[in-house]
Ligand binder design. Structure first.
Ligand SMILES: Cc1cc2nc3c(=O)[nH]c(=O)nc-3n(C[C@H](O)[C@H](O)[C@H](O)COP(=O)(O)OP(=O)(O)OC[C@H]3O[C@@H](n4cnc5c(N)ncnc54)[C@H](O)[C@@H]3O)c2cc1C
Ligand code: SF4
Length: 518
């Protein structure tokens, strides 16, 4: 066998034939390495849909590599002698293949980067880590943006990105005269609901996906989530189809109702492309360009287009910058000193709180919930309840098909749980059940009343909101953006405060909210 020059490592979320790792790839001398390992599905108990998506997309990408004539060493999950972990598998394969060097595109996760460096060092091989060109902003450029700033706000970063990449710009001014059309984008649906919602892009499982589904059902039978309705894109072609259908059918209504919720309607006017982007099946530049083109062609209003572009060119890049400039310490942060266990019904949906039941049930069924369901339903409840941020992080990383740590962790720990003490969000995203009542009809079908904070019918969100303000009064009083909310605590009588605390304790004991006690 000819000597192997470079072994190009491709991880499960690096499924891009044009990645930097392939820049000087020569099929006569180099080979690609990929491995399915149980550790990646067990370190946080990955849900069944998430594991199927990763494994199926990897197997489809392996087929694309072979078709492109790139030699591949691929270890499947059920191969005899699978070493079970990325580092162990790579070490064993290096001993067998004896490459001169290792090449890879920068991994998304800090843990994986350390593991790959550890293997290279132990095997005395050079490891060439290349820039991930998938992103608009490099980690180095984000670090330069962050230098000297005490807090990091999206808005300044986002404007810089717009100017730098010339997106929705008219000379040096934003198209439409504003950088941000969020004020137009917060409408609930009227009493008649969302009306006709275009059907979701479905990709029926082919033979590869069906085989993976059977494997995951067998190997990870005790992992959460259902597979009966698995229809996510698993190839680049499918991911592109999903993007262009979104642009044609949903983007025009994306902005206006971006924060709205409706029972039994998981898909609404969102794009459902986060998983395809995060696995690198889809390039963020093509998503941004397609949305901008739709605006210029008069097919979608500016508020929708700007709102969508801000999510990708702004938020997605910004959370990646936060992750890489704050790790590894970020994972350990717990600014609100929260230590409660995550209620068990997060894994089953068995709660009598209508909004949470709907969000969790669809999450377990599809591996999907839209941003406001994640932030203002499941995330808000965990924050008010005082759940240990690491447990909240483990839940989000497990249940969503688009979950990868670099994007999930800052969203969960920073934006949703305020565990970084305000690095990302200028104040905790806290609200009573009335917010959910405004953005959805859930409360009308719920046994609780969002306007009540104490008593038998008190909405647990509302009770826990007041309990949260009382528990963190000293800290929150220092935050000018929370001053008004904190002041309202002083208006409560001592009896009322005691009643709130007692009911909050009952919620935490599982006597309210959980259906397992019934
Ligand atoms: C607690 C919590 C956990 C989250 N975990 C993840 C995660 O693991 N993976 C993930 O990709 N997103 C995560 N998000 C961000 C966001 O909720 C999802 O990207 C979005 O709901 C995915 O659905 P969609 O593709 O239909 O997005 P759309 O609403 O249609 O938005 C379009 C795209 O913008 C990007 N985007 C939107 N909001 C964000 C954001 N806040 N951060 C980064 N990118 C964003 C996504 O790539 C998304 O596909 C999380 C948000 C919260 C509050
Ligand atoms: S009353 Fe409270 S628990 Fe019930 S749906 Fe409304 S916000 Fe959710």
């Amino acid at each position: 066998m000819a000597e192997l020059r470079a072994l190009v490592i491709v991880l499960g979320d690096q499924l891009d034939l044009d990645a930097a790792a392939f820049d000087d790839f020569d099929a006569a001398h180099d080979a690609v390495w990929m491995a399915e390992v149980a550790e990646e599905s067990t370190h946080v108990g990955s849900s069944q849909p998430r594991t199927v998506l990763f494994l199926s997309a990897m197997r489809h990408f392996a087929r694309a590599l072979r078709e492109a004539g790139r030699p591949l060493h691929y270890t499947a999950l059920d191969d005899a002698g699978n070493h079970g972990g990325l580092a162990a598998q790579l070490t064993a394969d290096i001993e067998r293949l004896r490459p001169q060097r290792l090449v890879m595109t920068a991994p998304g996760d800090w843990r994986v980067l350390q593991a790959m460096r550890g293997v290279a060092e132990a095997c005395c091989l050079p490891l060439d880590i290349r820039e991930d060109r998938h992103f608009f902003c490099s980690v180095r450029d984000f670090a330069a943006h962050a230098r000297g700033r005490r807090s990091l706000r999206l808005e300044y970063f986002y404007r810089e990105q717009r100017v730098r990449h010339r997106v929705l710009m008219d000379g040096d001014q934003p198209i439409g005269g504003e950088w941000n059309f969020d004020a137009d984008n917060r409408e609930p649906f009227g009493p008649e609901g969302p009306g006709r919602v275009p059907p979701r892009s479905r990709f029926e499982p082919d033979a590869i996906t069906r085989e993976v589904i059977a494997l995951v059902r067998e190997r990870f039978a005790d992992h959460p989530g259902a597979l009966d309705d698995f229809a996510w894109p698993v190839t680049r072609e499918q991911a592109q189809q999903a993007l262009y259908r979104f642009i044609d059918e949903r983007l025009p209504r994306f902005g206006r109702h971006q924060d709205a919720m409706w029972p039994g309607e998981p898909w609404l006017f969102h794009a459902h492309i986060a998983a395809a982007l995060n696995l690198k099946l889809l390039h963020p530049r093509e998503a941004v360009a397609a949305a901008e083109a739709a605006y210029h062609a008069g097919k979608a209003p500016l508020a929708s287009v700007e709102g969508f572009i801000r999510q990708i060119l702004g938020w997605r890049e910004y959370v990646r910058g936060i992750y890489w400039t704050q790790m590894p310490g970020y994972l350990e942060r717990n600014a609100l000193d929260a230590h409660e266990d995550l209620p068990a019904w997060y894994w089953s949906g068995q709660t009598d709180m209508a909004c949470l039941r709907d969000a969790i049930t669809q999450t377990l069924r599809h591996g999907y919930a839209h941003h406001i369901q994640r932030l203002m339903v499941t995330g808000l409840f965990a924050l008010l309840y005082g759940v240990d941020p690491k447990q909240v992080h483990a839940w989000y990383l497990s249940v969503y098909v688009d979950a990868v740590e670099w994007v999930e962790l800052p969203n969960t720990l920073g934006m949703s749980q305020y565990a970084d003490g305000g690095l990302m969000a200028s104040k905790p995203y806290v609200a009573t059940g009335k917010y959910i009542d405004r953005m959805s009809p859930h409360c009308r079908g719920c046994r609780y009343d969002p306007a009540q904070r104490k008593g038998e019918r008190a909405c647990p969100f509302t009770t826990l909101y007041w309990d949260f303000l009382m528990r963190h009064e000293a800290l929150l009083a220092k935050n000018p953006r929370m001053a008004l909310q904190v002041k309202n605590v002083a208006r409560l009588s001592d009896d009322e405060k005691r009643a709130v605390v007692a009911r909050a304790a009952a919620v935490r004991r599982g006597e309210v909210g959980s259906t397992s006690h019934e």
